[in-house]
Design a protein around this ligand. Structure first.
Ligand SMILES: Cc1cc2nc3c(=O)[nH]c(=O)nc-3n(C[C@H](O)[C@H](O)[C@H](O)COP(=O)(O)O)c2cc1C
Length: 341
């Protein structure tokens, strides 16, 4: 395969193998989850990319990581995604939005019981059944709003220590009910959400799952990815879970262990896998795709440092390289990446 080989995702065809992973534009939204800076241009400029995953958006006001994160819980949010969808569809990019509940990591203190609370030093409670049902409904509502806005799908955030990751990880989940204990039980909330979204949105709607691998047992991930595939996930965007626990990787593998996690997961699912982390140069992306280490490559900071990264990579031109100044993660000088052209 080549970087520009099309790939089937669910019922849709993606024009190439390059993905823009979700990247929060910090402070570009207000408390109501409405954008304060238009994202039409931000995403539109990158629409040569095959699949664009719009940054994390809260399924409810209180589910967000910060109070200036995008929202997707109300009709009032539809317009902002309509604009993004149009800008990306102009060049036939597929575009989906990541939907998230941050759990204990949400900005007002949240609920959840686990050893995880020590790490975050927060007081926590166990979600009760009614609260769990409400959260499932919120996820489905967000997916329906995304569909109404004309997006091609959603990505359910199951990684990085947010709510679903807190449920799937035995390090955090100490529940003794149907949502705790066995792998099947710990994945139940994610599985229910995926099934409910599929049921509500139909077959022609992409469901991606951001999968937190090795959290901490790889054997658990293998079961989990199979269960999620059966539940209706179309594509897996593989990243880390609560903590980053390294895998042993062969000494001749030249890329990051997080991309290697993607490779290991690819062996256990029939659905396309997206690998991520530190892919800054087109040669790295080509190496991973051409050697079948992954189905798709996500280029995060690379695409922030160079909005034309995808065109340049596909046309063998030099790209601007991210030099890890972290201005995209922390608000420095009004959040400007000095590499952006
Ligand atoms: C500024 C910034 C914002 C991010 N926002 C999100 C997010 O909304 N959701 C998510 O799952 N990951 C998020 N990430 C992680 C990226 O999706 C990606 O996994 C990470 O940047 C590694 O890829 P890279 O080395 O190509 O940048 C963010 C990363 C950065 C740098």
């Amino acid at each position: 395969m080549k970087l520009n080989s099309p790939i089937q995702i669910g019922k849709r065809v993606c024009k190439n193998r390059i993905v823009m992973p979700p990247l929060v534009c910090f402070n570009w939204a207000d408390e109501e989850g409405l954008e304060t800076v238009s994202r039409e241009e931000h995403y539109g400029k990158r629409n040569a990319t095959g699949l664009i995953v719009v940054e994390a958006a809260g399924i409810s006001k209180e589910s967000r990581i910060v109070d200036t994160e995008l929202g997707i819980w109300d009709d009032k949010h539809i317009k902002q995604y309509e604009r993004i969808a149009k800008a990306c569809h102009k060049e036939d990019a597929l575009v989906i939005v990541q939907i998230v509940h941050a759990g204990i990591k949400a900005y007002p203190d949240q609920v959840y019981t686990s050893s995880y609370k020590e790490a975050l030093n927060k007081e926590v409670l166990e979600l009760n059944q009614d609260q769990i049902e409400t959260i499932k409904k919120h996820f489905v509502n967000s997916a329906l709003l995304a569909k109404e806005a004309g997006l091609d799908g959603v990505e359910v955030h199951g990684a990085h220590g947010y709510l679903l990751s807190q449920f799937t990880s035995p390090q955090a989940n100490h529940r003794s009910d149907a949502y705790g204990g066995s792998t099947e039980n710990r994945y139940k909330l994610s599985l229910d959400i995926v099934k409910d979204i599929r049921q509500a949105t139909g077959d022609d709607f992409i469901i991606s799952y951001r999968f937190g691998v090795n959290d901490p047992f790889f054997e658990d991930d293998i079961k989990g990815i199979k269960l999620l595939e059966q539940a209706g996930v179309d594509v897996f965007n593989v990243s880390s879970g609560i903590g980053i626990k390294s895998l042993d990787i062969p000494s001749d593998y030249p890329e990051s262990f997080i991309t290697y996690m993607g490779y290991k997961m690819k062996e256990h699912t029939n659905k396309p896998v997206i690998s991520v982390y530190g892919i800054l140069r087109p040669e790295q992306a080509e190496y991973l795709i051409e050697n079948d280490y992954t189905d798709m490559v996500a280029v995060g900071r690379g695409l922030l440092a160079d909005p034309k990264w995808t065109e340049k990579a596909l046309n063998k031109k030099e790209v601007n390289i991210c030099f890890h100044c972290k201005r995209c993660q922390f608000v420095v000088d009004g959040h400007k990446c000095p590499q952006k052209s």
